[in-house]
Design a binder for this molecule. Structure first.
Ligand code: NOJ
Length: 527
């Protein structure tokens, strides 16, 4: 039997911003349950929930103080169970966020660990004696040194992110066991998989050597974190060994899957795809987020992925997430539409960030309204992630139908036109492109599980490929340019979908005389 995850379309939900069911201006789990029919109708087959655990919310839930519960802001554990049950009832799988690198400074483990040098949990975190200066030059992603002097024992602890997010010591077997039990806790409650946060940060050099300077650093342009190469505090080989152990835990359960947060070029991603047997893990492929707008670059990238993976592996393509500027803002609406067309016609597991399916854009946030700690720590450099985390635009009603109260972040000014209700009625909307293709991914064997191969064209503005399964052959052609482009390919077939979103009319097209409009894409089933 085909495994569900080989071609699952995963919809990422940032719970604070999806739907507020209790009128406090913040989204919640019951709100997600209420909106499952929308996700079903969209055609996604899985959801990934960003963190909902008890947390002081300094990094909006990526600072966990209890891994085995739900923060009251989002509801109760019963709400979670209800959400999982309702999702499964609708054939929607559930991924949750797993945050192994760090806890909140308010997690009972850290409170114990910092309380004295001989506390049994002292070694659960990374401590160094105070010898008059920071232990080494390791930096925090969110700005400044990664070391914080703790007055209680006058020692430093290390934090890859905020000082309120102390890093766990993964060299301690008790930490490993406790954190594996967190996986089991949620697997026992019925989750289908995990998205592993910040996996590449988990292991640090046991000798705590200084990181080398980055010879390519450009001051004022690049993030100050990039002044160094993170040779000794990031990307250590032990990461893969522990990932394999996580897979073993998942293997105790049936039909589960994991994705992990890795920003890396393809050669560095491949070992992450291959580490588990059976193949129940893929690293995120974030490369499309920063790819130059060029048909040849896209084609070569997909070829590199496909050449290195087999049909047993699950490739994935990410266009956006809660940490990155929205795709419609980065590329503009037409290119974003074309890219969605590409993403949804490729093999594997597409990740759809909530709101991207209606073309939501970044919302400018005034500095006094900034919520994101990264923006507050390194202001004015454009690192703030609030613009991509604003409330889902459901309708033209007040607060975009997200809440009855003023939301925690402002709503986009254009929400009256750009919202789910309006786009549902517009046959040529972005939403309908998503719906048509997500349905086609289920209905057409070649899109569902067919092999990929590129089609050579002399026209470098075009990217064409085929997906083939059993008797079915599909051709996908994408025009990356802002000019009309003649296609000149051999074959006649039925047009299943185009980037204009209209549901398939049974029109036949001759690929040799087809002319694509600027940024237009076609999905054709050969006769
Ligand atoms: C990556 C998460 O996606 C991001 O939102 C968070 O701030 C850091 N990891 C730290 O957990």
């Amino acid at each position: 039997m085909e495994k569900w995850y080989r071609n699952a379309a995963v919809y990422q939900i940032y719970p604070r911003s999806f739907y507020d069911s209790n009128g406090d201006g913040i989204g919640d789990l019951a709100g997600i349950t209420e909106k499952l029919p929308y996700i079903k109708d969209l055609g996604a087959s899985a959801i990934w929930l960003s963190p909902f655990y008890p947390s002081p919310m300094i990094d909006f839930g990526y600072d966990v103080c209890n891994y085995n519960d739900v923060d009251p802001i989002f509801g109760t554990i019963a709400d979670f169970d209800g959400l999982v049950a309702a999702a499964h009832e609708s054939d929607i799988r559930v991924f949750i966020d797993y945050i192994p690198n760090h806890t909140s400074h308010l997690h009972p483990w850290f409170i114990e660990s910092r309380s004295s040098k001989n506390n049994p949990k002292r070694d659960w975190y990374i401590w160094k004696e105070n010898e008059g200066e920071v232990p080494n030059n390791w930096l925090s992603v969110f700005g400044g040194s990664g070391w914080e002097l703790d007055p209680i024992t006058d020692c430093y602890y290390f934090h890859s992110f905020l000082k309120e997010q102390p890093d766990l010591n993964w060299r301690n077997p008790q930490v490993q066991n406790a954190m594996k039990n967190v996986l089991r806790f949620w697997l026992d409650r019925g989750v289908d998989g995990f998205r592993i946060d910040a996996i590449y940060f988990m292991y640090k050099d046991p000798e705590f050597r200084d990181n080398p300077l980055n010879p390519n650093y450009q001051p004022g342009i690049m993030d100050p974190y990039q002044t160094h190469l993170h040779t000794y505090s990031f990307g250590l080989p032990e990461t893969l060994d522990m990932l394999k152990e996580f897979c073993d835990v998942l293997g105790e359960y049936k039909d589960t899957f994991m994705v992990s947060e890795v920003y890396a070029p393809v050669p560095d991603l491949i070992p992450f795809f291959k580490i588990c047997s059976p193949r129940i893990h893929s690293p995120f492929n974030m490369n499309l987020i920063s790819m130059p707008w060029d048909a040849v670059c896209y084609r070569e990238h997909i070829e590199e992925i496909e050449e290195n993976l087999t049909m047993e592996d699950t490739p994935n393509y990410v266009l956006g997430n809660h940490d990155r500027s929205r795709v419609a803002t980065r590329l503009g609406p037409s290119r974003a539409r074309l890219l969605a067309f590409l993403q949804l016609t490729l093999r594997g597991m597409p990740f759809i960030y909530y709101g991207d399916e209606i073309g939501m854009e970044d919302v400018p946030i005034k500095s006094e309204d900034a919520q994101d700690p990264w923006e507050k720590n390194v202001p004015g450099m454009g690192f703030g992630r609030d613009p991509a985390r604003t409330p889902m635009q459901w309708s033209a009603k007040k607060f975009a139908g997200f809440s009855s109260a003023k939301p925690w972040l402002p709503i986009a000014e254009n929400y009256v036109e750009r919202n789910v209700e309006a786009e549902s009625k517009d046959a040529s909307s972005m939403l309908n492109v998503y719906k048509t293709l997500l349905k086609a991914r289920k209905d057409l064997p070649a899109l569902h599980h067919g092999a990929y191969s590129s089609i050579t064209t002399d026209n470098h503005a075009l990217y064409a490929f085929e997906r083939v399964a059993e008797e079915e052959k599909l051709i996908i052609i994408l025009n990356f340019s802002d000019q009309e482009q003649p296609v000149h390919l051999l074959g006649i077939g039925e047009v299943i979908a185009t980037t204009d979103g209209r549901p398939a009319e049974t029109t036949t097209t001759d690929l040799n005389s087809l002319v694509l409009q600027p940024f237009e894409g076609y999905l054709v089933r050969l006769s």
